[in-house]
Design a protein around this ligand. Structure first.
Ligand code: HEC
Length: 206
């Protein structure tokens, strides 16, 4: 009996506490802001519309830097052969560093597809010195890094035999790697005629 009374007393006054709590939250001044919601009409502008037309020449943020070839290596779906960056020693060294970080583990430092992962992992990374890839255009290497290699039908027995590096290596660095692979290819098929006259004396010293 005693506990029931205490219970009743509690509820007799609790509504008061609840009311105080509720009223303290009743501010509409932040909710009713003098701003215009999307597509809301407005008497402020002559045409009565709240939304304003785009300023002439405006470009969406993600469209400003969109260059299909730079981001895919393809022109109308076909790999292009141009390097969209200036070819410098610095770019090749950047490509070499990035290649050694990301690609050499499977394709090997010299690009022959010989590596510990290839030996032990049961996969066959491509050899960059095979004729087909020596003939392939620069954009092909960029595109492979961008989309990866998928074998077979994705709906049925398809599997990804090489991962896409688009989210891990920036487009600039992917081009640097592509340029470096081209240099690797040249290095493995060079003749004495490719060495400048004044450098031939250095051969064999390393
Ligand atoms: C985890 C191992 C692995 C890594 C790391 C890797 N690849 Fe590959 N790559 C493969 C395999 C396996 C294939 C063969 C795919 C096939 O033919 O199914 C391949 C194929 C290729 C090909 C040949 C595509 C063709 O035309 O047949 C290119 C080019 C290539 N990789 C570039 C790269 C570059 C550049 C990197 C570094 C950014 C890289 N790969 C990193 C495993 C790897």
């Amino acid at each position: 009996m005693q506990s029931l009374n205490r219970f009743r007393r509690f509820f007799r006054y609790s509504w008061l506490a609840l009311l105080v709590l509720l009223l303290s939250g009743c501010h509409f001044d932040m909710y009713n802001q003098p701003s215009i919601r999307t597509y809301e009409p407005s008497s402020f502008f002559e045409d009565g519309r709240g939304s304003r037309p785009n300023v002439e020449g405006a470009v969406a943020v993600n469209a400003a830097f969109y260059d299909e070839y730079f981001l895919t290596g393809l022109v109308d779906g076909v790999p292009g052969d141009e390097l969209p960056l200036e070819l410098t020693r610095e770019l090749l060294e950047r490509g070499q560093a990035q290649y050694n970080i990301w690609c050499a583990v499977c394709h090997g430092h010299a690009g022959y597809g010989v590596s510990v992962i290839a030996q032990r992992g049961g996969i066959v990374p491509a050899n960059f010195h095979q004729q087909r890839l020596r003939d392939a255009s620069l954009g092909h290497f960029f595109n492979i890094m961008t989309v990866g290699v998928y074998r077979g039908d994705p709906e049925q027995d398809g599997f990804r035999s090489m991962y896409s590096y688009a989210s891990r290596i920036s487009a600039e660095d992917r081009w640097a790697i592509a340029a470096y692979i081209r240099a690797l290819q040249l290095s493995q098929n060079a003749t004495i005629d490719d060495v400048p006259q004044d450098r031939r004396g250095n051969l064999g010293n390393n």
